[in-house]
Design a protein around this ligand. Structure first.
Ligand code: 5GP
Length: 186
């Protein structure tokens, strides 16, 4: 698996250092509030599990599965389908959406709009990665781990064709990997 990686963009140490900073900031911003962190499945699972342990304060967690209608694994449409909804009633809660990456921003915009209809006290976004150059809509990100260039990345939760989520860093795959996978799929 490691042989498929062309370049490590963000190392495991850099990620943990940034998580610690964001965890401290969240604890400070939400002092006495007990926010509900909603992890977007499946890509944000690894980030979420490290992030919550970096927050030295009470937080609650829940999970939401979101997929983009008609998109491919490498492109999004902005029309979302909820594949798994939160268990919690989010009304009157301070929500922090925890996402792996904001790319065009279309998925996040639709998700924020949906959650807003449920009457939370507040909604903020925490994303590990952001690709500002790809944005098709404005997204107000309160906590952003790293801004990255327009490259397709994998690792630390992010997949290509459901693989590579377990890499401990964020990296770019060799182009041969995509070609090989396409050939295998016919
Ligand atoms: P958006 O609606 O912002 O364009 O897309 C967000 C979703 O697209 C992310 O949650 C993720 O699933 C997928 N995505 C966008 N860029 C990348 C990338 O570089 N790598 C991976 N693995 N997924 C990406």
């Amino acid at each position: 698996m490691r042989d498929d990686v062309l370049e490590v963009l963000i190392s495991a140490d850099e990620i943990q250092q940034r998580n610690a900073e964001m965890g401290q900031q969240i604890a400070k911003d939400y002092e006495g509030k007990n926010p509900l962190l909603i992890c977007i499945l499946r890509g944000a699972v690894v980030f979420m599990s490290d992030l919550i342990r970096a927050i030295p304060a009470h937080v609650m967690v829940d999970f939401m599965g979101v997929s983009s209608y008609g998109g491919t694994s490498m492109d999004s449409t902005g029309v979302i389908k909820i594949t798994r909804d939160v268990d919690a009633n989010v009304a009157h809660h301070d929500i922090i959406i925890v996402e792996d990456i904001v790319d065009t921003g279309l998925t996040m915009r639709a998700l924020v709009e949906l959650l807003r209809t449920r009457g939370p006290s507040s909604i903020e976004i925490c994303t590990l990665l952001s690709k500002p150059s790809r944005r098709k809509t404005t997204v107000d990100i309160k906590y952003c781990g790293f801004e990255i260039p327009n490259k397709f990345v994998v690792g630390y939760g992010l997949d290509y064709d459901e693989n590579y989520r377990n890499l401990p860093f964020v990296g770019v795959l060799k182009s041969g990997v995509y070609e090989k996978r396409k050939e295998e799929k016919g």
